[in-house]
Design a protein. Structure first.
Length: 381
């Protein structure tokens, strides 16, 4: 019984190889061992069949999963994997092997209009600007169509001429004689660089390129509710196309600066507000200023502990798609502050309070103040 080699070993790749690596390895080895390339080597055909069988399995996701689990002992085997003599990949695959996919019919040509490149601009905004929305002025350096020649690259009063080499097609046909016969391929014309036109008198503004680099000022409407890494496409604001092709797009990516008072988590905002010991003990009503500048009232009940969170519904960030109709919440955490300095009268009053509550006096080892600190801060001093 003949032992089959591991398919990954046959293609000389790692088991973690991606589809592109598998295809590249297959092309390399198929060219090396194809029977027509090795007419005097009887073993070449066997090696070619082996490479073909390995590729047919590893290039198919479902077959590869089965092979990775069972190897060559997979239930039912792998029908069609290297089952017959010669090349079973099809006529197009023959071209892939010998010409890396460059078949005839104009695949490689660059003639005709070409779309301009897309661009990205990183825009930094404050949390307040992201909350309310704002208009921003940005400066974008980009390639634009030359105003002098209107993009054709020719000096005023002249026009580009049809290329005499490619006849205005932008491509030329090449004939190749190979072991498989005679093949014709198309390639960009070297005289006109695939444009089909030749500029004999270049435009003095763009030196015949048809495009020129400029810095353009744009006004950006930042929608309310934008968050980090969100993108807004601006159609046609990218770089100009070639030969009358459309312009690319500009993608504005937003970055919201950290705020000293508010922390953002999605549409919700979080902040911390200090209150005094007496406010926490007796209760009070405190005023909160929101990120939008409005004022909101929070009722602090008697006996409020530090870390208690109060929610102001609808005072968070707006939804970037629905606007202010769908806002998050503002979450306010209170922090009880313990006074660090007391005058004699204040100490006297606190000792009286301690006595009324049956607690130790402040001057004793575990005084009233120490107990307040323990309750509020959660540890002994």
């Amino acid at each position: 019984m003949v032992t089959k080699r591991d398919f990954y070993e046959v293609l000389e790749i790692e088991r973690t190889a991606d589809p592109n690596e598998i295809k590249s390895a297959y092309r390399k080895l198929a060219r090396k061992y194809h029977p027509d390339v090795n007419p005097n080597d009887p073993s070449a055909e066997d090696r070619f069949k082996e490479v073909q069988a390995a590729y047919e399995v590893l290039s198919d996701d479902s077959k590869r999963q089965v092979y990775d689990r069972y190897g060559h002992e997979a239930p039912g085997g792998f029908p069609g994997a290297g089952g017959g003599p010669g090349f079973s990949g099809g006529f197009g695959d023959i071209f892939d092997i010998f010409f890396n996919g460059a078949q005839g019919g104009g695949r490689g040509g660059r003639g005709g209009p070409q779309r301009g490149a897309d661009m990205q601009y990183n825009l930094e905004v404050s949390l307040e600007e992201a909350f309310s929305g704002v208009e921003k002025q940005i400066r974008v350096p980009r390639v634009e169509t030359c105003d002098t020649c209107k993009g054709n690259g020719a000096a005023p009063g002249t026009t580009p001429e049809t290329c005499t080499v490619c006849g205005g097609q932008g491509q030329v046909r090449h004939t190749q004689n190979t072991i498989l016969g005679t093949f014709q391929t198309m390639a960009p014309c070297s005289r006109c660089n695939g444009r089909g036109k030749v500029v004999k008198t270049p435009c003095p503004e763009c030196q015949g390129q048809g495009r020129i680099r400029r810095t353009r000022d744009l006004t950006i409407s930042v929608p309310a509710g934008v968050d980090n890494d969100m993108q807004m496409p601006l159609k046609g604001e990218g770089e100009a196309g070639l030969l009358g092709g459309p312009s690319g797009d500009l993608y504005v990516e937003f970055h919201v600066k950290p705020h000293p008072l508010f922390e953002r988590r999605g549409r919700d905002l979080f902040t911390e507000v200090p209150i005094s010991f007496t406010q926490a003990a007796l209760g009070d009503e405190i005023t909160i200023t929101t990120v939008g500048g409005d004022s909101g009232a929070v009722t602090v009940p008697e006996g409020t502990q530090t870390g208690t969170i109060f929610r102001l519904r609808g005072q968070g960030m707006p939804d970037v798609l629905r606007g202010s109709a769908q806002r998050g919440d503002l979450n306010v955490a209170v922090k009880v502050e313990i006074p660090t300095k007391l005058d004699d009268e204040e100490k006297k009053l606190l000792r009286q309070l301690a006595a009324l509550r049956g607690e130790k006096a402040a001057h004793e080892p575990k005084g009233f103040f120490e107990r307040v600190k323990e309750a509020v801060l959660g540890h002994d001093e």
